[in-house]
Design a protein. Structure first.
Lengths: 314, 274
């Protein structure tokens, strides 16, 4: 297991390093003078020169990259041009919105998808399976941001049950915090549930068709026990992979849902950074997103290495 | 009996998917020849109207006809989707085929690059491109295309890995056929089936991504009707009329559902064990 973990760890580190190269190269790829693009055509030559120095544009790119990477490794992503604050602090603050949103959506998706996927697999050949599959097929086609708009229309505008947007921090008022997250979490989680449902069903069908399940049944083991003790345990490798994928999907999906519900999370911060051409902020944010995706992939790899010895020895 | 029922269900995916996609393609084609009204024409006397004889799907906050806009939107959506998936299919198939065919260091390097591409979903890639260049249709297409490369590369690689061991390839080698020709003319065509199935499924994803990017202001520019930017504009007026948000949303669901059903149907035809 140690060799497997070390190998996967180095692959993940390599991916993050290559991602850092892509993110850093963005400012080099800007056509023309980045300082002029950021400050506008009417800016003074002095202001542009000062910004070039601040961004390190007067230093050769390889040296600049090494310095930037060194700072990033120490947790220093530079200073936002727009907010005049450390990028690291801005990102940390926004995590308080984006992380509960993504985790809540993943929880909603898991709680819906795994039981329904199992039921669909077990009820194959009855009306339940096609019903669940149709729901899943249609659900996966509904964009979370549209579902969010429909929720606002119905639950906020018509029924006035939940706020249409905005965010209350947990420390200020836990009840308002919860209410501000319900609609975005459900809008984001439902689409993901639809995708996970299909995958869980497929994983369960695969396991349920194997010989050991037939043997267990032939020995008189009850359906409940066959499903929960034998089949589900073996389907866990696939289900864990699905969970990892769904966490990545909801983390990325939160960028759009934050926009619908005016939540001040990482996604909105990134869009502001694009609008204001705040390169240090955008570079920091995109690197954090990419590193999180790689990290989630690494955790998934490790967990299925733990669950299935065949994978770690392959 | 059970088998026949399964066959009918599998064909149903294909037929329903083709019908849904077909209507969207027809709508897009129709929009080149005929539109009820000018989709950009503002009519302040008819703002946010519900469906009626004059405006079958209602109007938006500028009084523009939603039917005309949704028809033109089909064009933008399919255009971005096809180009993005075309980029991914071409680049992904070639990279995956080269990795599988050459193996060794080339395989290792290509697959590591593919791992990096996984870390940049379409939205992240589009954000990066939008900051460097200007947000627009081209950056959206390229971003969606690059983000979809890994799945095609993996499929092409695994198909080529299995096909290159076949006897007909060995025979080709023995006859002195050059590697490039062997790969492009004899191996890659054999891997096209799963790639085409994936193209249909990826079109569903690409259409969702295009709508999302346009909704965020990172895709099709606001002066060109697209379903994503119709939703973006509708956001502020939902309390007054739900139609500007409902119409493009239904169009997106319709099209995405169509492509994914078509992909599933094609996969069932291609691999009946699946």
């Amino acid at each position: 297991m140690l060799a497997f973990t070390v190998r996967r760890f180095f692959t993940a580190v390599l991916s993050v390093w290559l991602a850092s190269l892509v993110v850093f190269s963005a400012i080099i790829a800007v056509p023309g003078d980045p300082a002029e693009i950021i400050l506008g055509l009417n800016s003074s030559a002095e202001a542009r020169a000062a910004l070039r120095t601040k961004l390190g544009l007067d230093v050769p790119a390889p040296r600049r990259y090494v310095a930037w990477l060194g700072n990033v490794l120490r947790g220093d992503f530079g200073e936002s041009l727009n907010y005049q604050q450390p990028v690291g602090r801005l990102i940390k603050d926004r995590f308080k919105v984006s992380v509960p949103l993504a985790l809540g959506a993943a929880l909603v998706a898991t709680l819906l998808a795994i039981p329904l996927g199992i039921v669909a697999a077990m009820r194959r050949g009855t009306f339940v399976d096609p019903l669940v599959m149709t729901l899943s097929q249609v659900g996966a086609a509904i964009p979370s941001f549209w579902l969010g708009l429909i929720f606002i229309l119905y639950f906020s505008v018509r029924l006035r049950l939940f706020p249409a947007g905005g965010f209350t921090p947990f420390d200020t008022d836990p009840v308002k915090w919860f209410r501000s997250l319900v609609l975005p979490v459900v809008a984001l989680g439902l689409g993901q549930a639809a995708v996970m449902m299909r995958m869980t069903r497929a994983a369960m069908l695969e396991v349920l068709s194997q010989d050991f399940v037939r043997t267990a049944r032939a020995k008189g083991v009850g359906t409940r026990s066959v499903v929960l003790k034998h089949a589900l345990r073996n389907a866990m490798v696939t289900i864990i992979t699905i969970l990892g994928l769904s966490l990545t999907n909801v983390f990325i999906g939160s960028i759009i849902v934050e926009q619908v519900f005016a939540l001040p999370g990482l996604g909105r911060l990134a869009l502001t950074a694009i609008g204001t051409r705040d390169f240090p902020l955008l570079q920091g944010e995109i690197l954090v997103y990419a590193a999180t995706i790689v990290f989630l992939g690494f955790v998934v790899d490790l967990s299925y290495g733990l669950l299935d010895p065949r994978i770690r020895y392959s | 009996m059970v088998r026949r029922r399964i066959d009918v269900a599998k064909r149903a995916n294909l037929i329903i998917g083709a019908a849904l996609v077909g209507t969207v393609a027809l709508a897009a084609l129709l929009s080149f020849m005929w539109l009820p009204t000018d989709p950009l024409k503002m009519n302040f006397a008819s703002q946010l109207k519900p469906p009626s004889g004059g405006f079958p799907l209602g109007t938006d906050h500028f009084g523009r006809d939603l039917l005309s806009r949704v028809l033109v939107g089909a064009r933008s959506t399919l255009y971005v989707g096809f180009i993005a998936v075309g980029i991914a299919l071409t680049a992904g198939s070639l990279l995956g085929a080269l990795a599988g065919f050459l193996g060794g260091v080339v395989d290792e390097v290509i697959m590591r690059l593919i791992d990096v591409a996984y870390a940049f979903p379409a939205i992240l890639m589009a954000m990066l491109l939008a900051a460097v260049y200007k947000p627009g249709t081209l950056t959206a297409m390229v971003a969606i295309g690059i983000a979809s490369v890994p799945i095609f590369a993996r499929i092409a690689r695994s198909s080529v890995l299995s096909l290159k061991e076949r006897e007909y390839v060995e025979a080709g080698r023995a006859l002195g056929v050059r590697s490039g020709r062997l790969l492009l003319r004899h191996i890659l065509p054999g891997a096209m089936g799963p790639l085409i199935v994936q193209a249909s499924l990826s079109l569903a994803v690409a259409i969702l991504a295009e709508a999302a990017l346009s909704f965020l202001g990172l895709g099709t520019p606001p002066d060109v009707p697209s379903w994503g930017n119709m939703l973006r504009e509708a956001q502020g007026f939902m309390a007054m009329s739900p139609y500007p948000a409902l119409v493009p949303g239904v169009a997106i669901v319709w099209t995405v559902l169509g492509w994914s059903l078509l992909g599933d149907g094609l996969r069932d035809l291609w691999d009946p064990r699946g």
